[in-house]
Design a protein around this ligand. Structure first.
Ligand SMILES: Nc1nc2c(ncn2[C@@H]2O[C@H](COP(=O)(O)OP(=O)(O)OP(=O)(O)O)[C@@H](O)[C@H]2O)c(=O)[nH]1
Ligand SMILES: [Mg+2]
Length: 524
């Protein structure tokens, strides 16, 4: 049996009252007409908004940057900003000063703690107070700073046992023996650098320190061996990060305030001013000792033998200490490109093209955190993107993940690449691969580190071109297995710290994306 008007609760509710007068009827009809007019108005507003959003989206090129931690994703993003939005790049440049100073101080503290650890081990051996140092253990500089101790002091409190002074001393780094010849000089130098622990903390607070990524510490991840690479043990990952991009606005505003205060001659100092002044003074005081530490041949030899630990930015910034700690220091384009600030979560960046044939069009670039604990967040960005740029840092073939030292970085990249290729959500997406860090690969191979020692199946020459071509073939083979159209893969050899070469690569990337997405991008 069907529902009658009497049984339908909606019809019942909307039915005019049975005793409605003609006047009441007119009022009711007028109110109904007014309600309909307003509803139509809202509908057409929503329609217009949806249309304008669609139009805007048609003018967007949405790109997702993927790859393990330190693969060069954020550096690639900076290249987009430098190439396509020079005005906003210039406006934000000065905000990077604090990050760059933090990069320098962090590297110096890391080296000082590593050297100190070796010298303490040597002294203990000489004094007969031998304690076992784990040759594979890393300097946990963040914990030392928090605890207010040096790395070696912190370590002294750990379980002692015995072994021969010879093996103790040679333990962690074969280049360590040359440090001993200068033990007293280096110990005094490192003692003078102690104020830099406080400077590191202060700089982190200026950026809005958010702590460490507990989730990725000692993560029990099973190491897979795509290339048959040895595995090592875990270590803590405690690199500084900020979660949002807001720090740039805060620092830019702060710097603008400073400029206006100095131009008006105002002398009222805020706590941040005081902190900044103290940081500046301590940096200036330690400047010559920082330069001396990095300039020391034994220290340089020792750090050169540490494959994991110092970031790729370290060498560049340590070579420029005097310039960076100068009170009038203003970051250059290259400084900003090289600055390292770990990404957490997924950050959306809108880059409006300020010039060129696509002026007015907008890049929407999603920059993700690459550490293992971050990767679960990637998938929800897979839909509605035009392209993925996959960063493979191929110089890292002899290095291990910060978050899990059992896992070789090249091996991890290969596993990630397999996952990207087999993902069903991105079957129609352009895939761009940057076989990145070519400059470091060339340098590493030239220094005598052999690719074939780490990738046992490799039989080619030990030069960057041969190794890169070998990897290109391997990456292409994996892509082919996914049975996707070969035309959707674009592969480039890159060093994304080279901004000139990268800007040319980005034009090729843009052309590749636009060519294959003519139908869904509103092109002239
Ligand atoms: N020499 C050299 N350094 C590079 C290259 N690409 C990136 N770097 C450096 O490597 C470091 C890490 O780069 P990022 O761009 O921060 O890496 P990321 O992939 O964003 O890392 P997460 O944010 O941790 O996921 C930075 O200090 C860069 O300057 C390269 O091609 N050559
Ligand atoms: Mg990043």
């Amino acid at each position: 049996m069907g529902i009658t008007a009497d049984a339908d609760p909606f019809a019942l509710a909307l039915r005019p009252p049975a005793d409605e007068t003609p006047e009441e009827r007119d009022v009711r009809l007028q109110a109904e007409a007014e309600a309909k007019r307003r509803s139509d108005e809202i509908d057409s507003m929503l329609q217009a908004e949806a249309l304008s959003l669609k139009k805007r989206q048609k003018r967007e090129i949405r790109v997702l940057l993927l790859g393990q931690g330190e693969s060069g994703k954020s550096t690639t993003l900076k290249n987009f900003q430098l190439s396509y939005a020079q005005r906003s790049w210039a406006a934000e440049k000065s905000a990077w000063r604090v990050v760059i100073q933090l990069n320098v101080v962090r590297s110096v503290n890391f080296i000082a703690a590593a050297v100190e650890k070796e010298l303490e081990a040597y002294k203990a051996a000489i004094a007969g107070e031998v304690q076992e140092l784990d040759p594979d253990a890393d300097v946990d500089i963040d914990n030392d700073i928090e605890a207010g101790t040096s790395s070696a002091e912190g370590r002294r409190a750990s379980t002692p046992s015995t072994f021969s002074s010879q093996s103790l001393f040679i333990g962690s780094n074969p280049a360590a023996k040359n440090l001993v010849k200068k033990a007293d000089e280096l110990t005094a130098l490192i003692a003078r650098l102690k104020p830099l622990y406080g400077v590191q903390r202060a700089l982190e607070r200026m950026l809005g320190r958010e702590g460490t990524d507990e989730a990725c510490e000692n993560a029990p991840v099973k190491a897979t061996n795509g290339f048959g690479i040895p595995k090592l043990k875990t270590r803590r990952s405690t690199e500084f990060f900020v979660r949002t991009t807001g720090w740039k606005d805060t620092l830019t505003r702060f710097q603008a305030q400073m400029r206006s205060r100095s131009s008006t001659g105002s002398s009222t100092e805020s706590p941040t001013d005081v902190r900044r002044d103290q940081v500046g003074a301590k940096l200036a005081n330690c400047s010559s000792d920082m330069i001396a530490l990095w300039g020391d041949s034994a220290v340089r030899e020792f750090t050169g033998k540490m494959s994991d630990g110092l970031g790729d930015e370290a060498e560049f910034f340590l070579g420029n200490i005097a310039r960076i700690v100068d009170p009038l220091y203003a970051p250059t384009d290259e400084d900003v490109i090289r600055a390292r600030l770990r990404t957490m979560g997924v950050q959306e960046h809108r880059i409006k093209m300020e010039n060129g044939p696509y002026q007015g069009r907008e890049w929407v670039v999603y920059d993700v955190g690459g550490a293992r604990s971050q990767r679960a967040q990637w998938a929800k960005y897979f839909s509605a993107i035009h392209a993925i740029i996959f960063l493979a840092p191929i110089s890292a073939f002899d290095q291990h993940l910060h978050e899990d030292r059992r896992v070789n970085r090249l091996d991890d990249t290969v596993q990630l690449w397999k996952q990207v290729c087999s993902n069903k959500l991105i079957q129609n997406t352009e895939i761009v691969v940057f076989l990145n860090k070519q400059d470091l690969l060339a340098r590493k191979l030239a220094s005598g580190i052999r690719f074939s020692s780490w990738v046992r199946n490799y039989r080619g020459a030990e030069d960057a071109e041969s190794v890169s071509n070998y990897l290109k073939t391997k990456f292409t083979d994996i892509f082919r297995q996914s049975q996707r159209p070969p035309s959707s893969l674009h592969m480039f050899f890159t060093s994304v710290v080279d901004t000139k070469a990268t800007s040319i690569t980005l034009v090729a990337v843009q052309d590749g994306i636009l060519k294959n997405h003519l139908s869904d991008l509103d092109l002239i």
